[in-house]
Design a binder for this molecule. Sequence first.
Ligand SMILES: *Cc1c(COP(=O)(O)O)cnc(C)c1O
Length: 368
Amino acid sequence: MSDVPESPPRSWAEVDLSALRHNLAVAGELSNQQVMAVVKASAYGHGLEAVASALEQEEVAFFGVANVGEARRLSETGVRTPIYLLGGTFPAEREEVVAHNWLPCLNTMEEAHHFDELARNRGTVVEAHLTVDTGMGRGGFLPADAPAALEAIRTLPGIKVSGLGSHLPSADEDVEFTRSQFETFDSLIESLPGRDQLKHVHLSNSAGLLGYQSRTTTLVRPGLLLYGVSPLNEHSATLRTVMTLKSRVAVIRDLPPGHGISYGRTFVTTRSTRVATIGIGYGDGYPRTLSNHTPEVFICGHRAPLLGRVTMDQVMVDLTDHPGCSPGDEVELFGPNIPVEEVASKAGTIPWEVFTSITPRVQRVYSG
Ligand SMILES: *Cc1c(COP(=O)(O)O)cnc(C)c1O
C-alpha cells in the first residue's frame, strides 16, 4: 500500500546545526586558536556525516576521530578538511592510514618506524603529530623522552612531523594538576630544537580551552562544547543546545492508589494517579540507571516525574498534576528544558556518555 504515509518517529533527536556552528565560533573566539572539531563516536551521537558537512563550511583545521573506521566514514562523505586520528593505530590499520593521508599521532618508536616503512614502500611521506604523555597515561612519549624521539623521527624519510599534542585527564576536576600540566607542556615546547617546524601544537579539550591558557599552543580540540555542553560550571550561557531528545505520549490511564508501576514494582501509587506511558526506553539509550532517582521529563509545558524503572521501550510519567495532555503529544527527555547534565548526573554518568549512548533506533532530525 504505497499510498499509506509513513508514521512519524516515536523517538527522535532534534539536532540544531546552527547551534553547532555557533558553538564552534565560540570555541574559536574564546581560545583565539585554530580548532580541531572532535567528531568521534558519530559526532558524540549527533551523526558524523551531518555534523561534518555542517562544520566543513566553517573554519575547521582538522576533524578529530577515534579510529580508522570513523576516518573511512568521514572520507566517504567527501570532506576536504584533514582527518586526524586521536588515538594509536593497530599495525593492520596503518596501510589504510597512509593510503588516505589521514594524520596519525605517533605514540611509540615502533609505530613511527612502521609508518616510515609503509610510506617509503608507497613512495610517499606521512604527515603525523607526536603525542606526549603529560599525565593522561593513554599513549605517547614521556616529556623526558620526547626531544630524543622527535629528533629520531625527524631522520625518517617517510615521516614529516608537523605537530605535537598532549591530552588533559582532569581539566574539569583538578585545577592545580592541570595548571602544572600546562606548565610542563609549555616548557617542553619552548625547549625543543626546531620548534618552528611544529605547525600545530595542541593540548586542550573543551575544559582546557574554557579554563586555561597556554603560552605555546596553536590549536584546540573541543568535543563536548561543540555539542552545547560546558564541562565547567561557567560558560554554559554562551553555548547553545544542539540536541533535544524527544518522544511521544502513547497511553494515558488513571490508576487507583496501591498500584505498582514498572518492573520490580519499585514505585506503588499512593493516590489516584494519572499515568502517561512514553515511547522511549533504555533500548533507545535513555539511561536505565535513572530509575528511581526522580528524573523528570518535559511534557505539555511542564516538568513531570518518571514513575518506577525505565524499561527497554517505554517509561511512565506522573501526569496527575498536569491535565490536558493527550496521546501523541511530544515529550522532551533532555534539551532546552531538561539539561543533559541533569539527566547525566541523575543517571550516575557524564553528558559524553548520555550522548554517545543514544542508539540507532532514535532517528536524528536536522535543522539549521
Ligand atoms: C575526545 C577527545 C577530545 C575532546 O574532549 P572533550 O572533553 O569532549 O572536549 C580531545 N582530545 C582527545 C585526545 C580526545 O580523545
